[in-house]
Design a protein around this ligand. Sequence first.
Ligand code: ADP
Ligand code: MG
Ligand code: ZN
Length: 630
Amino acid sequence: MSNRNTEENDDKKKQYIVVYAIMAFLILYVFSITKNFMTTQEVSYNEFLNMIENKEVESVIISSSEIQILKKEDSTNKVKGKMLYTGNVNDPNLVSILTESGVEFKAEPMKNNYIIDFIFDWVIMPIIFFFIIRFFMGKVGRKMGGSPMMGLGKSNAKIYKENDIKITFDDVAGQDEAKESLKEIIDYLNNASKYTSIGAKLPKGALLVGPPGTGKTLLAKAVAGEANVPFLSISGSNFVEMFAGMGAAKVRDLFQEAEKNAPCIIFIDEVDSIGKSRDSQIQTNDEREQTLNQLLTQMDGFDSTKAIVVLAATNRPEILDKALLRPGRFDRRVIVDRPDLKGRIDILKVHSKGVKLGDDVNLEEIAKSTPGAVGADLANIVNEAALRAVKHGREFVMQEDLREAVEVIIAGKEKKDRILSPMEKRIVAFHEVGHALVAALLENTDPVHKITIVPRTMGALGYTMQLPEEEKYLVSKEELTNQIMVMLGGRSAEEEVFNLLSTGASNDIERATKTARSMVTIYGMTDKFDMMALESVQNRYLDGRAVRECSDETSTLIDEEILKIIRTCHESTKKLLRENRDLLDKISEYLLEKETIFGSEFMEFVYDKYPELRDRKNKKVKDANQVIEI
Ligand code: ADP
Ligand code: MG
Ligand code: ZN
């Protein structure tokens, strides 16, 4: 049995013993109360005095609060009635009355009773209460995925033993550079003595950096799987406990556990939740700071001859505390970036391994249509396609399933019940063809893959999908301008054909403005500002938001410059469409009829008018194929 299982079982056993003990105790307690209740009966003091007068009482026991009465018939009868008692009213004559009527009496030693009551009320009950609350909160915490409070202060890092991790580097596709830099760590873990004997200090930590869903967690596990060592993992947010000091205690536990299991890997996911730079905000969080300090101390403190490697993952490396990044801590950075075309093909292959694929499946085309998608998206696409195949009663996945899955993931599920009025539909059709036509007629734009006017749940009434033929890392000013023109093509078509300004272009406008802004502020593409940086990008791996770095006056000038770019693009787009009004009309009518048309159909219309474009596109496609073959 694996270590993790036994640990969990042990924990469970302990919990059950405690719970059973508490339950037994409570049952006994309740039982004794009810027993008391069933076998005793209160009488009034008057009645009690009457009973004495009538010589019915054999003996009494007097305690500070009550008087227990034993009746004569009870002492002679075998079957006893209920024990009678009455409140002690501190009657000063009681003793003389009792002596007169010959009733035997004695007093309960009251001190004893007090102590027991006291202990019961103030010690035992609170303890029981505490345990009950802890137990239930632990349960709730576990349900919410948090740390159970039963293990208060004990770190709940899951411990996987060697045979638990089956993930290897083969399961991680498209991250060759990251794998290369992690290979060294695997070697350290397996041959620690080789390094220590020469006097080299083992590396302590590496930071996996990249956008969400690119496979950071997967890589960390694969390292453990490749090195065949235990993998202790905990998420940074787990550290931030509800009681101060607990996070720090957890860090300590985690490292203790690791020393026992060395060689091993400690993996701290979402490390930014504790490792946030301490001076970055006005409001400080003591708990997080303590946890961070403990982590720093532990990373310095653990025995460097023991092969323990701390891996951490984050998508916000900028906000990490500098102290975490200095040599001896997380000094190595492994970039886990969005996969390129080849990477995406490989990831699709990995995830479709266990899926039955039809003959027509072309993963390359799918990879091409998903630029920017991360591993998690691609895994999702393959699964979505398999689900769709089942829904259509097939036993294997076909290309159309994958295509549809891409659109589901990228554009939201196809929604057939959203009805557009015929006029709206016309406008949408011309709008989309406007985009597509501008893309087809301009040089250096991505070819049109698909145009559709089937509304999607994510809000788009239709869309034009362009596929880049190759991964691009450098984009020229001309290409950016063309991109803006394509974005403005939708609205321009509406204007040309219907003389109408509709709300349908809001997203296009936003994107076009953003591109124009980057041209001015980041890429230095205007004469006015030359190569001056006016914005800097923060959170590169999250939203990539740009932050202004210039005066308010300059900011006004920037806006003017952006407007100039957009205005020029808008004018030339309208002109281009005006000159090709015949194409715009013809293709839009065709789209209205078909609702969805693919790139090749669309291009036939364009080639009819401009046969010379056919050669240009062919050449492009050939180049692209060459790139892919490499
Ligand atoms: P991250 O930790 O970077 O947010 P994960 O490692 O949790 O991302 O990835 C989530 C899932 O996405 C993985 O379980 C895997 O199925 C898939 N995935 C992500 N990246 C890759 C990749 N490079 N190769 C294969 N699968 C991947
Ligand atoms: Mg993760
Ligand atoms: Zn549009």
